[in-house]
Design a protein around this ligand. Structure first.
Ligand code: ATP
Ligand code: PH2
Length: 163
């Protein structure tokens, strides 16, 4: 079994609903078990800053899938939730990135793991360390604005919440 962490973000439409549906689709996937979810964080946009604030979260999962097959699952969920890629680092209904996959280092055209920009992103590191405080991450956390938004005591409570 493989242990992986995904970063999820949304800054278009009903951001909460996008995250909830993305996590629900991971939960429903037969080869994926979602084992932990972070709080939801409302964050200032990083990179391309002239856009709406994001809601970000991180999930931990176990899977039989290879990292590339997991990327396929993430991209399918993005398509299901009507993701349109217009501007690099620009607005999106939903973004799912693979942060870590076991301790593996992967460098292919489609996939780089650990995610090459994760250590610069407080919107990734803060929820990641919330769900796994013992995780060793190198580098500095930049001071992009992060505001605690809402936390859940269980995955079921998150999936059942009526927004
Ligand atoms: N660890 C990874 N997780 C998700 N996608 C990745 C990863 N490494 C490489 N990619 C590739 O990155 C491509 C572009 O992804 P995307 O458009 O989501 O980038 P972005 O979210 O705008 O920027 P960033 O990569 O900085 O988060 C994807 O098509 C995918 O093949
Ligand atoms: N706050 C925040 N900023 C971003 C995000 C994101 O998820 N949250 N995703 C980006 C593209 O990967 C670019 N900038």
């Amino acid at each position: 079994m493989n242990l992986s962490y995904l970063s999820l973000g949304s800054n278009m439409g009903d951001r909460f609903e996008m995250l909830r549906q993305a996590v629900a689709q991971l939960v429903e996937h037969p080869a994926v078990t979602v084992t932990r979810i972070s709080s939801l964080y409302e964050t200032d946009p990083v990179g391309y800053t002239d856009q709406e604030p994001f809601l970000n979260m991180v999930v931990q999962l176990e899977t039989e899938l290879t990292a590339l097959a997991l990327l396929d699952v993430c991209q399918k969920i993005e398509q299901n939730l009507n993701r349109k890629r217009l501007v690099r680092w620009g607005p999106r209904t939903i973004d799912l990135d693979i942060l870590l996959y076991n301790q593996d280092r992967i460098e292919t055209d489609r996939l780089t793991v650990p995610h090459p920009r994760m250590n610069e992103r407080a919107f990734v590191l803060i929820p990641l360390l919330e769900i796994d405080p013992g995780l060793e991450v190198a580098g500095t956390i930049e001071t992009d604005g992060v505001l605690l938004w809402k936390s859940y005591n269980s995955l079921a409570a998150f999936l059942q919440d009526v927004h």
